[in-house]
Design a protein around this ligand. Structure first.
Ligand SMILES: [Zn+2]
Length: 206
């Protein structure tokens, strides 16, 4: 495969990028300031070595200079966050959408997947033990379930409600769900910051 076709093929594997956009990117990288292509290339080469999932929440985190140190994201190390408020999301892109809205003062837990009986994802495949030890260790008092408003997202919210309500922690844990406003079947990722802030503020007890 010639180089032009190879690069267009690689770029078009990115989400939302078709062949036409990939060709535009290639032309841009060839004609814009040369440093753009060189710096982007250098970052991509080492991307997977320096960015890993946060050990505590699953967000993207930088590997520390001391390789034996813990891999923690900026939200987990931000000591202005309220550790008693924990927002559970399905994916890192949902966490990023909520962070863009800027109204979340607690921390996060990324499930990585949703309960999906149709696709054979059962409760045992969700990281519930890790979530529960996080709740215990951090003294979490409120869990905001921010799974998407889809069939699987709602099923996951109900499962979390059942499992977390049964937890034996001092003072108990209240489980809330983000309000609608995020369209049903829609992606949190595409909610605008105002809708997202309202959905968080209007959360209700599950
Ligand atoms: Zn984290």
């Amino acid at each position: 495969m010639d180089r032009t076709r190879r690069i267009v093929e690689l770029l078009s594997r990115l989400p939302g990028v078709g062949e036409k956009t990939a060709q535009r990117y290639l032309l841009f990288l060839l004609t814009a300031d040369e440093a753009v292509a060189r710096e982007l290339g250098a970052e991509l080469v080492t991307l997977r070595d320096f960015l890993k999932p946060c050990e505590r929440c699953g967000n993207i985190a930088e590997v520390p200079d001391d390789p034996t140190g813990p891999i923690l994201c900026p939200v987990c190390t931000d000591n202005k966050r309220d550790p008693s408020l924990l927002c559970v999301v399905a994916r890192v892109s949902d966490l990023m959408a909520i962070e863009r809205a800027g109204s979340m003062r607690g921390r996060y837990f990324v499930l990585g997947k949703l309960l999906s009986p149709l696709e054979g994802v059962g409760p045992e495949q969700l990281p519930l033990p890790k979530l529960m030890s996080r709740i215990r260790d951090d003294g979490v008092r409120e869990v905001i379930v921010a799974t998407p408003p889809s069939v699987d997202g709602e099923a996951t919210a109900l499962l979390l409600k059942r499992e977390l309500s049964a937890m034996n922690v001092e003072g108990g844990v209240s489980v809330t769900r983000i309000a609608s406003g995020v369209p049903h079947g829609g992606d949190l990722e595409f909610a605008d910051p105002i809708t997202m802030s309202r959905a968080l503020a209007g959360r209700q007890r599950l």
